[in-house]
Design a protein around this ligand. Structure first.
Ligand SMILES: Nc1ncnc2c1ncn2[C@@H]1O[C@H](COP(=O)(O)OP(=O)(O)OP(=O)(O)O)[C@@H](O)[C@H]1O
Ligand SMILES: [Mg+2]
Length: 387
């Protein structure tokens, strides 16, 4: 178990590092389209799944499969007839498990499960987990709304939006409560079905086992006779075997979720940035940068809004040392031009030259080192400004 947990931890650590490295080297246009604020939440969620599917669950699966095989082996060795009868009852417990799962899912609004997930007694756990997930989503929505409102409390107060925010907050909590109530009722019904099926199986096993022992006594058995002890041994072996089989579902589910999560992580890890800010490629002229800027027929639309053409053939010449103010309406594309100059984005057509070098040919680190830039909404980091 220790080894599996350790390898799982190591693998997720590597995934984490590669993911963060890859995200940090992506171009800014990518962040516009992928929802930058979700990246860290996504990472935490996906890494959790990978950790779950590569760690102790592998050991668990091996343990449960071995337990199943060994228990069934012992049961069949002691009395194959009773073992077969008990085995025949397992599908009934399985069916009860499926019913309870569907009940909890129905109370939950979850739409069923895939074939691999349908497996005996683990249904309840999975279903309850998914119900908790639903409630958590509502609480996360409520938390998000509250933090948004508190962050912009001046705007909220200025626009008198408090009652609206409170009612939306209440709606989230109400939804979470509904999920909880539905889950409670359905878990009760589901538990009843599962336990009912289990007790019926116990009854069947003891009735049939008792009959076998009685038959042996009636037939004056003298050699290798079935005793009450044998019946109990077969009975508990079969139960242990079926419990183990039921436990196989969570590891299998964890593996399939981990596979899906690794897929999404690798999609980001393997993405080659269109503009790699950390790359060492490109020219780094030895001569001091003079600062002559030429913008030639630049056409540009942001990747997240390809239909809005921001720059329609911009031309501009700024001589070295010249002070220029770009003046225009809000949304005219002033900041966009600076974004293009710093190669946060590349124009779709046209080119920008710095000291007669096309900026696409220059090394990006070099290019950005030549520019001093204070953004429109600056965020100052500690010790980034020297007095
Ligand atoms: N990251 C972005 N993704 C999509 N569209 C954007 C993005 N940034 C700006 N825009 C859009 O591009 C257009 C030009 O924006 P830009 O920020 O360059 O204007 P601006 O001239 O600097 O305006 P302001 O004077 O308000 O700063 C606007 O319509 C804006 O909505
Ligand atoms: Mg601007």
């Amino acid at each position: 178990m220790y080894c599996w947990t350790a390898t799982g931890e190591r693998q997720t650590q590597k995934f984490r590092e590669r993911y963060v490295n890859s995200v940090l080297s992506q171009e800014i246009g990518w962040f516009d389209t992928c929802g930058a604020s979700e990246l860290s939440t996504k990472l935490a969620e996906m890494i959790g799944k990978v950790q779950d599917g590569t760690g102790r669950k592998v050991g668990d699966l091996i343990q449960y499969l071995t337990q199943f095989v060994a228990a069934m082996g012992v049961a069949f060795y002691l009395n194959w007839k009773l073992s077969l009868v008990l085995l025949a009852a397992i599908p009934i417990i399985g069916a009860a498990g499926i019913i309870s799962y569907l009940l909890v899912c129905a109370g939950d609004g979850v739409t069923g499960a895939s074939g691999t997930e349908l497996n005996l007694g683990a249904f309840m756990i999975m279903a309850i987990t998914s119900a908790q997930q639903q409630a958590l989503e509502q609480y996360a929505g409520a938390g998000g709304l509250a933090s948004q409102a508190l962050n912009a409390i001046r705007t909220v107060t200025a626009l008198n939006m408090q009652p609206g925010i409170v009612s939306r907050y209440r709606h989230f909590l109400y939804e979470a409560m509904l999920v909880g109530v539905r889950k409670g009722v359905n878990v009760g019904l589901g538990n009843g079905a599962v336990f009912g099926a289990c007790f019926l199986t116990y009854a069947l096993g003891f009735w049939y086992g008792g009959n076998l022992v009685a038959d042996a006594l009636e037939n004056n058995c003298t050699h290798d006779c079935l005793t009450g002890g044998d019946v109990l041994a077969v009975f508990f072996s079969t139960i242990m075997g079926s419990i183990a089989l039921g436990q196989v579902a969570p590891p299998l589910t964890a593996f399939s979720s981990a596979r899906a999560a690794v897929g999404s992580i690798l999609e980001i890890v393997e993405r080659v940035p269109l503009i790699d800010g950390l790359s060492d490629d490109g020219m780094k002229p030895d001569v001091k940068c003079r600062g002559e800027i030429v913008v030639e027929n630049v056409h540009f639309a942001y990747p997240s809004r390809p239909n809005l053409q921001v720059c329609k053939g911009y031309d501009l010449q700024i001589a070295a040392g010249e002070t220029v103010a770009l003046v225009g309406m809000s949304g005219a594309g002033k900041s966009t031009l600076i974004n293009l100059l710093l190669r946060f984005y590349d124009p779709q057509k046209g080119r920008i030259m710095l000291d007669s070098y096309d900026i696409k040919e220059l090394n990006i680190k070099y290019l950005r080192q030549q520019c001093g830039y204070v953004g429109q909404e600056p965020v100052l980091f500690a010790v980034s400004v020297n007095a």
